[in-house]
Design a protein around this ligand. Structure first.
Ligand code: 13P
Ligand code: SF4
Length: 323
């Protein structure tokens, strides 16, 4: 009984994938997937990557339709960079708790308190917030973006406080930081990392800068109280590159569990251990094969950005992509 059901499910999934591939060709569509997507979505994507890589892939594609398997702000970024293309998000409820921590009105009020400051927004923001920003950045290039700003300028960094405090430590710049956090990463506490260090003393540790453990890790590191020899802070794509290059055979991964799929596929001889099996983003996991098929069949759900907002937001994103 169980075997039969599994076989039926597999057959149904294979049929869905075949129809998705056929519709992609008919519609001249490209499927972009974030590293946190389900493995089955990553496996059928034309490009899988971090926020920076996805922005670059969207900017470069010559497809007519972009099926964005990620969350809303990522699809919006693609729509801003490709106003002439149709950008589809298979489920409009795929939001981001971090992007929801600040809106354009709150940012305008913050800017009014700091006249002349340069505003650097993490890519996890709405198009309207990007339109109020001078620079956009991702975890893959945030240090470079901060270092590109003249040292005498005050900087407002938003919306992630853990990434902000990491940047303060690394660049030595006295950033003003918005007190936002991602509910998934904020839950990765220093105690969890310490417990894993004790259990896997020889493993390489890879930590996303949005994690709740990053500030204390940097704090202890600055005081020489933890060894940094096998602990690294990376964007999701940086983690995947490190997993391939490092001679270590065991890795502890502190970010959303979807990222382990590519690591395991590319490095079958290495062991990848999630910091916790429950570190999962339910927004990312709203995108399923069924919804991707529906999206391609019906051309839903288009993500658009008003032209005036897009024009202003594009400046901040293009400054980032150029760096
Ligand atoms: P990356 O840019 O590292 O892929 O991170 C995006 C994100 O949403 C992290 O939660
Ligand atoms: Fe947003 Fe956090 Fe999900 Fe990333 S993991 S998309 S920051 S809610």
């Amino acid at each position: 009984m169980t075997l039969q059901l599994t076989h039926t499910d597999l057959r149904a999934a294979a049929d869905i994938v075949e129809e998705i591939q056929q519709l992609k060709r008919e519609r001249n569509a490209v499927l972009l997937a974030h590293n946190y997507q389900y493995g089955e979505i990553q496996d059928i994507a034309d490009f899988v990557g971090d926020s920076l890589g996805l922005s670059q892939a969207a900017a470069q594609t010559d497809a007519d339709v972009i099926i964005f398997c990620g969350v809303h702000f990522m699809a919006e970024t693609a729509a801003i960079l490709c106003p002439e293309k149709t950008v589809l998000l298979p489920d409009l409820k795929a939001g981001c708790s971090l992007a929801a921590t600040i809106d354009a009105e709150q940012l305008r009020a913050w800017k009014a308190e700091h006249p002349g400051a340069v505003v650097v927004s993490y890519v996890n923001t709405t198009a309207e917030v990007k339109a109020e920003s001078d620079y956009c950045c991702t975890s893959g290039n945030a240090v470079r973006v901060i270092e590109a700003i003249p040292p005498d300028r005050e900087i407002l960094f938003l919306p992630d406080m853990f990434l902000g405090s990491y940047l303060r430590q690394v660049t030595g710049r006295p950033l003003q930081i918005w007190a936002g956090e991602c509910h998934v990463h904020a839950g990765i506490k220093p105690e969890m990392v310490n417990a894993m260090h004790a259990e896997y003393p020889d493993a390489d540790f890879m930590i996303h800068p949005e994690c709740g453990c990053v500030s204390s890790y940097m704090h202890f590191l600055a005081r020489g109280r933890v060894s940094d020899k096998n602990t690294h802070i990376f964007s999701t794509e940086g983690m995947i590159r490190h997993a391939e290059r490092s001679p270590a055979s065991q890795f502890v991964v502190a970010t959303e569990i979807g990222v382990l799929h590519r690591m395991r596929k590319a490095n079958p001889e290495k062991e990848f251990i999630p910091i916790s099996e429950s570190t999962s983003c339910h927004f990312m996991k709203m995108i399923t094969l069924d919804k991707v098929l529906h999206s391609l069949r019906e051309l839903v759900y288009p993500v658009t950005v008003p032209a005036d907002v897009a024009a202003r937001a594009r400046l901040s994103i293009e400054r980032m992509v150029a760096l």
